[in-house]
Write a protein that binds this ligand. Structure first.
Ligand SMILES: *[C@@H]1O[C@H](CO)[C@@H](O)[C@H](O)[C@H]1NC(C)=O
Ligand SMILES: *[C@@H]1O[C@H](CO)[C@@H](O)[C@H](O)[C@H]1NC(C)=O
Ligand SMILES: *[C@@H]1O[C@H](CO)[C@@H](O)[C@H](O)[C@H]1NC(C)=O
Ligand SMILES: *[C@@H]1O[C@H](CO)[C@@H](O)[C@H](O)[C@H]1NC(C)=O
Ligand SMILES: *[C@@H]1O[C@H](CO)[C@@H](O)[C@H](O)[C@H]1NC(C)=O
Length: 781
């Protein structure tokens, strides 16, 4: 209770700060999510489980999902883990794969840090049905090995094929911090990495046991100090020989004209079956082309703000394998202004850029132009396949003219613009860095929605939907949930979604968290709460807010209510009070204030996104309260800076969200003169002497231990308000002296288990609002 009192003082302090700084309520709320859950709350709600690894710090570098074997495989430092998808912290298996003492000593002798001289598993792929391919840095001696895994769920094999450890050169970087991306497809490893000890040779490679193809060494036109971010194999059509591999990365601009430090995001493309040329471009890509990925917002002065640093890329696979959607998470490269954006790219636009004109320069100091001369056949960048005529069985047969052109024209003239030519999500508040993005496509009543799960540098996963409005050509962001998945603030480095299980697997150096993608009942059981949440996973089913299934049972369908696009609860939930829904009751109570002092009429709607309206009620008339320099509308309620006698009366607090209006609190304000304060204290004392007070008012004891804490808290806080917040210690002392004898404490202690339960209830209530809630708010929910 004492803690509750302090937080109240704190709240008032914040309120004052806002008032003083003139920060508007709207601005303070704009980036709030509907639901914010701390790590502890997620834990208490059984929404998360965390795997920490045996040493407590996992140093995770890669992870893959295997839905068939129902395992999550993790590459960490000196170890690999196999975890249960069902419950990540149970039934884990471990492979220790450290480097040898000799390797470690050699690494240290070269002047490397001790932390670097370990085997960091950075490459991990499903190799075939029984084996994984794993490659690690091996203390700057890259190594690869096969890991035997179970073929079925019951088969619990998980061990390293120790007699087949191979060199990992070209398949894993030397440095644990070196960026590296890879994809495994039909026995081939496609990888972007720095292949050497000194990190000079960046390359995009294709490797199998018999051959390899890579980018040219030291060719800055192809790659210029790249940071690799993602890779994927995407078919162009039904002919497998036409499959393309896409690499996403940022790199330094080559042209002097763009300035020295300019960094751009690029997408490069090669044919999956490219073996290079026979006399020219031997073991080099004959099909390499790349172009710029643009993610920008138009500025007021006609100058666009560009987000040029790619942080993460997510490929949203669809039934049509040829046309996944590509989500890029970008940041600005500016040191002064750090902003983040998510842009979405369609394959049509990416293909159009690669099929468009090649970029061309007559001399190095010239500008790029679209190449308008004759392009040889087969067009560089197209693959040796039946679809392309079938004259060539492989790139080795390509005419020299084609190879020469390909070597001289690695860059396409047209960049790729995002869908709607703008980001779907923008973050410029500078609050935290965004590190990861993963997307789940969810079927809702009014179409499908892409739910974005965005990882930050402080352990948070943001769950967001973005809604494009065609008429106004604008994008609306709806922040559904803010989940604090780890106990300590660490950058999130991986997010994998299991659509089948509706779970997220979130990785950081600290551990791996499994988190349920939704928990609909947390929005509240009322139709309006569920509807206003606009979570496409959730719908009101006639009784409560629950998971929405597009092909759900017909009996329940009749009652189903969901409106993700508009959140129109007024329309969706009109008249539903009769169908078993409990009407949302407004909080009703009296508040005492002392004349000439400040008083807060508290009212926080369940949703932090709702607009609050205040009315002064006189009989049946109500009049909106006008704010002035004495009466201030704050996020926590109506604040009277200097209370007057005439302020006494009935107040109504309403919340409005998407046109849905409801009563949140009815408050009766009594304005007292100082003399009456003593009188009230007296009354309470008498109630105590009568023996427990019966159904009246239990003593306002400042201990968080009353099973019927509710009423007691109200009392205690009313007194706080009476005395004035600054004198809150005085009240505490008073209560301590009068009501909290040792006898009483013992009695309260015996009630502890019961209290725990009620405390848990309260936590859940708090989860719906923001962080600054005081106990009274919680009671109001
Ligand atoms: C969480 O799970 C435990 C044990 O499975 C159960 O006792 C508890 O009630 C659950 N908590 C919630 C909030 O569902
Ligand atoms: C998978 O690959 C490993 C390593 O090459 C091999 O030993 C094993 O027999 C293969 N398994 C299958 C099912 O092909
Ligand atoms: C790859 O080739 C080498 C040498 O030809 C051979 O020793 C090795 O077993 C092969 N590995 C696989 C997985 O086929
Ligand atoms: C409140 O302030 C007004 C004006 O400063 C004063 O006239 C009045 O006596 C004060 N009332 C009390 C109860 O202190
Ligand atoms: C009014 O508030 C001030 C400061 O908040 C406090 O010191 C004073 O005791 C209060 N007066 C009454 C009558 O409660």
């Amino acid at each position: 209770m004492a803690a509750g009192g302090k937080s109240l003082v704190l709240v008032l302090g914040l309120v004052q700060l806002w008032v003083n700084m003139g920060i508007s309520t709207r601005a303070a709320r704009s980036s709030h999510s509907r639901l914010t859950l701390s790590h502890k709350e997620l834990w208490d709600l059984n929404r998360t489980w965390v795997f920490h690894g045996p040493q407590g710090a996992l140093d995770l570098h890669t992870m893959i999902l295997d839905e068939y074997q129902e395992r999550l495989f993790i590459g960490a430092r000196n170890a690999l883990y196999s975890l249960s998808l069902e419950r990540i912290n149970t039934d884990s298996r471990e492979i220790n794969w450290p480097c040898t003492t000799a390797q470690e000593d050699e690494c240290l002798m070269k002047g490397r840090e001790k932390s670097e001289c370990a085997n960091y598993i950075k490459v991990l792929h499903q190799y075939n049905r029984t084996h994984l391919l794993a490659c690690g840095t091996g203390a700057f001696h890259p190594v690869c090995a096969f890991i035997r895994v179970g073929r079925w769920t019951e088969d619990s094999a998980f061990y390293l094929e120790a007699d087949h450890i191979e060199s990992g050169r070209g398949r894993c970087p030397f440095d644990p911090n070196s960026p590296c991306v890879s994809t495994f497809s039909r026995g081939e490893l496609y990888i972007g990495l720095y292949t050497d000890y000194w990190e000079n040779d960046a390359a995009l490679c294709r490797l199998n046991n018999h051959s390899y193809t890579r980018t040219e060494r030291d060719d800055r036109q192809q790659l210029n100090e790249p940071k690799f971010v993602g890779s994927v194999v995407i078919p162009d059509n039904d002919d497998q020989d036409d499959d393309k591999v896409y690499f996403f990365f940022t790199e330094k601009a080559v042209d002097i004209e763009s300035g020295n430090n300019a960094v751009y995001t690029k997408v490069a493309r090669v044919c999956a079956n490219d073996l290079g040329g026979q006399r020219m471009l031997v073991n080099r890509w004959s099909s390499f082309t790349k172009t710029r990925l643009i993610c920008s917002v138009p500025g007021p002065n006609g100058i666009d703000t560009h987000f040029d640093e790619l942080e993460d890329v997510f490929v949203l696979k669809k039934k049509d394998e040829k046309n996944p959607e590509i989500f890029g998470l970008f940041s600005t490269t500016s040191n002064i202004f750090k902003g983040y954006a998510v842009c979405v790219y369609h394959m049509d636009h990416i293909r159009a850029a690669f099929n468009g004109p090649f970029a061309h320069k007559d001399r190095p100091e010239h500008h790029w132009t679209a190449f308008e001369g004759r392009v040889p056949f087969p067009r560089p960048g197209s693959c040796a396949s039946k679809v392309n005529g079938g004259q060539y069985s492989g790139s080795k047969e390509y005419p020299d003219e084609v190879l020469r052109f390909a070597r001289d024209h690695p860059v396409m003239f047209q960049p790729v613009h995002p869908l709607h030519r703008r980001p779907v999500l923008l973050r410029t508040d500078g609050e935290r860095r965004l590190t990861q993005v993963a997307v789940d496509r969810v079927e809702a009543q009014d179409g499908h929605y892409d739910v974005l799960f965005i990882g930050t540098d402080n352990s948070v996963v943001l769950k967001v939907i973005t809604i494009y409005n065609k008429e106004t050509d604008t994008v609306e962001e709806v922040l559904l949930e803010e989940l604090h998945v780890f106990k300590v603030p660490v950058p999130i480095t991986e997010i994998i979604i299991s659509a089948k299980r509706q779970q997220l697997y979130v990785g950081s150096e600290f551990g791996v968290a499994q988190v349920k993608a939704h928990q609909c009942h947390l929005y509240g059981s009322a139709c309006a709460d569920c509807c206003l949440a606009r979570d496409p996973y959730c719908a009101w089913d006639g009784v409560t807010c629950s998971r929405y299934y597009p092909a759900g049972s017909h009996t329940k369908r009749r009652f189903r209510r969901q409106d993700v696009r508009h959140g129109n609860a007024a329309q969706q939930c009109n008249g539903l009070q009769m169908n078993g829904e409990l009407p949302q009751k407004a909080v009703e109570k009296s508040v005492y204030g002392v004349e000439n002092n400040s008083t807060l009429l508290e009212c926080s709607p369940k949703s932090p996104l709702a607009k609050v309206l205040w009315f002064n009620q006189r009989g049946t008339d109500k009049e909106e309260v006008r704010a002035d320099d004495r009466v201030v509308k704050t996020p926590h309620g109506l604040l009277f800076l200097r209370l007057r006698k005439m302020d006494a009366g009935a107040y109504l607090c309403q919340s409005a969200e998407h046109g849905f209006v409801r009563d949140v609190a009815r408050l009766t304000l009594e304005v007292l003169e100082e003399e009456r304060v003593d009188e009230l204290f007296h009354r309470a004392e008498e109630a105590e002497e009568e023996g427990g007070g019966g159904h009246h008012k239990p003593p306002p004891c400042p201990l968080p231990a009353l099973p019927h804490g509710a009423t007691s808290k109200l009392w205690y806080k009313d007194f706080l308000q009476l005395i004035g917040y600054n004198n809150f210690h005085k009240v505490e002392e008073y209560c301590e002296r009068v009501w909290c004898s040792d006898k009483k404490r013992k009695k309260l202690k015996s009630l502890q288990p019961k209290w725990r339960f009620s405390h848990g209830q309260e936590r859940r209530g708090r989860a719906r609002g923001d962080h600054h809630r005081t106990p009274r708010h919680a009671l109001g929910t």
